[in-house]
Write a protein that binds this ligand. Structure first.
Ligand code: HSE
Length: 315
């Protein structure tokens, strides 16, 4: 095994679900994400050296911290005879619907693998990332999958065969609007129905099929409509996102083709055909929040095709 002494990796934010594809569809977002730096130590296990940018909110206990859990699981996968000291730099707000815990886990797994000379192919890190994600927000791969592998992914399990990259329409731009309210994923999952009617199942699977077909045809108008056609998850969560109808209306009036809850929320993702429209949409949605005294941050972005990357390795 290569004996690198330290490594740093970045993992992007993600928009999970793509509206209707609960727990099976997600995309990686350009430019936003978390960074993890790991240093080799002779003793086994993971020590959290520092966490930057979380205002002291994340657990420092390695058993409960998603980055540390992913690092420990990756060390196990590698059969490593060393441990790591880990520093997590949060670029993402917590409980925001941008796959914050997943990005921390993925950056940690990729950094630890880089320490070992990239011994494992990227997709083999997926179980380690999933184990970490399960600690904080449940066992679902629609954040860790695209954060690890990039692009738009259909992800229905934990093995390489369960992950499919879907085509990225070239004109797909996103306005991502995050209000200053936290919606922990576990709470947003607790409000979901445990069973649905046959009628709703037919509608929902039809909408997922339309999303995938639209991606293959590069038809972002149909894509946006199909993403919004969720009659199961969004209605159950709508009360967690203040003013959702008014926000969708404002986004569309400003030129968005559609607007969905990003992951478990509260971030909203609007589908737009170019950057200028996406900026206008972001401003319009923020204005609705701000008129109610809720501050928000917005980003205009596109799909990150590459996913997590190693930034630096020191031999
Ligand atoms: N699919 C998950 C959910 C994503 O909607 O609960 C959480 O980020």
């Amino acid at each position: 095994m290569t004996e690198n002494s330290s490594a740093t990796a970045f993992a992007p934010a993600t928009v999970a679900n793509l509206g209707v594809g609960f727990d099976i569809l997600g995309l990686a977002v350009n430019g936003l994400g978390d960074t993890v730096h790991v240093e080799r130590q002779a003793t086994s296990g993971v020590i959290i050296a520092d966490i930057i940018g979380d205002n002291g909110k994340l657990p420092r206990d390695p058993q409960k911290n998603t980055a540390a859990v992913a690092a420990a699981a990756t060390l196990r996968l590698l059969g490593a005879d060393f441990g790591v000291r880990l520093t997590l730099e949060k670029g993402l707000p917590l409980a925001s619907g941008l796959g914050s815990s997943a990005a921390s886990a993925v950056a940690a797994a990729v950094a630890v693998n880089a320490l070992a000379g990239e011994l494992l192919p990227r997709h083999e890190l997926l179980p380690a990332c999933l184990e970490a994600e399960a600690v904080v927000s449940g066992y679902h791969a629609d954040n860790v999958g695209p954060s690890l592998l990039g692009g738009i992914t259909l992800i229905t399990g934990t093995s390489a065969d369960d992950i499919r990259h879907l085509p990225i329409p070239p004109s797909l731009h996103l306005a991502l609007i995050t209000p200053a309210i936290a919606v922990p994923t576990v709470e947003a999952r607790a409000v979901l129905p445990q069973s649905i009617s046959l009628h709703d199942m037919v509608h929902q699977t039809g909408a997922v099929a339309r999303v995938i077909d639209a991606l293959y045809r590069g038809d972002i108008h149909t894509l946006a409509l199909a993403m919004e056609a969720d009659i199961v998850v969004e209605p159950a969560r709508a009360h967690l996102i203040p003013h959702l109808d008014a926000l969708r209306f404002a986004a569309k009036r400003a030129g968005a083709l559609g607007l969905v809850i990003s992951g478990a929320g509260p971030t909203l993702a609007a589908i737009c055909i170019d950057q200028t429209i996406a900026k206008r949409v972001a401003d319009a949605v923020c204005a609705v929040y701000e008129s109610d005294g809720i501050t928000c941050t917005a980003h205009v972005s596109s799909v990150d095709e590459a996913g997590a990357k190693v930034i630096n390795v020191v031999a």
